[in-house]
Design a protein around this ligand. Structure first.
Ligand code: KIV
Length: 271
């Protein structure tokens, strides 16, 4: 799967689904489940690295995790899902050259074929334009953008006509700059649906209703592994409880099983 294939899917009216992965194990799971796109999201900062926000994760760490995910996906490029890596906070906000260097490292040092970045301010649109011109496919991300948590929080975005028009403009700008797809996180469903119809690139929703070209979810949330998933990502199974229960049972059985008998000392040979 290539970035452009997602646009063809939209044109053909075929929906698709994106799942996150963070290591070889999670990558093998989402591959076997049949994900169309695998995103190494910087949400891994919170879900697997234990940070309070996505801000601390580094480019080095994203590359490390993306390489592990690629190993988990195996070596069958033709049938593989598209692998996308999030550019972490401050890897693309400090100048166009630095953004190209960061995104270039992702493509050179991992098997990712695209990067994702957050925001639709004019500076970010300029970054997208420069990356795309450098041959680096870019997925955009608007609405709830966790890298801006200290400015916007984790609440639903674009709730009034003025901010909806601002988001619409940003989406059109990102498309014009060359994004091949756009994630819309935690925005009103009617806005996501309107943008799906207006944009030629696919709109990928999370907490944005069903009227999107594709959906994305954080796999750890779906599996019920994260302690407090967002309200728009209800778990599919109680993964934490099942895992803890199974481990607790195993530990209990080990403590209760009879102590191994000491093997008899070998008889001293007589000469
Ligand atoms: O980091 C991430 O996992 C994401 C998804 C929520 C889209 O950006």
């Amino acid at each position: 799967m290539r970035p452009g294939d997602l646009i063809k899917r939209k044109q053909a009216g075929q929906r698709f689904a994106v799942l996150t992965a963070w290591d070889a194990l999670s990558a093998a799971l989402v591959l076997e489940a049949g994900a169309d796109v695998v995103l190494v999201g910087d949400s891994l900062a919170m879900t697997v690295l234990g940070h309070a926000t996505t801000l601390p994760v580094t480019l080095e760490e994203m590359i490390h995790h993306t390489r592990a995910v690629a190993r988990g996906l195996g070596a069958a490029p033709a049938s593989q899902p598209l692998l996308v890596c999030d550019l972490p906070f401050l890897s693309y906000q400090c100048g166009l050259d630095q953004a190209v260097a960061a995104a270039g490292r992702v493509l050179k040092e991992t098997a990712a074929a695209a990067v994702k970045l957050e925001g639709g301010e004019s500076e970010t649109v300029a970054v997208v334009d420069r990356l795309v011109r450098s041959g680096i496919p870019v997925m955009g991300h608007l609405g709830l953008t966790p890298q801006s948590v200290h400015r916007l929080g984790y609440r639903r975005q674009a709730n009034d006509p003025i901010s909806q028009e601002r988001l619409r403009r940003a989406a059109l700008d990102l498309e014009a700059a060359g994004c091949f797809a756009l994630v819309l996180e935690h925005v009103p469903a009617a806005l996501a649906g309107a943008l799906r119809r207006e944009l030629s690139i696919p709109v990928i929703g999370i907490g944005a209703g069903d009227d999107c070209d594709g959906q994305v979810r954080v796999t750890a949330d779906l599996l019920g592994l994260t302690p407090s998933p967002p309200p728009f990502c209800p778990p599919l199974l109680p993964g934490r409880e099942l895992a803890v229960e199974a481990l607790r049972g195993w530990l209990e059985r080990q403590r209760q099983s009879a102590a191994p008998t000491t093997p008899a000392a070998p008889a001293t040979p007589h000469c």
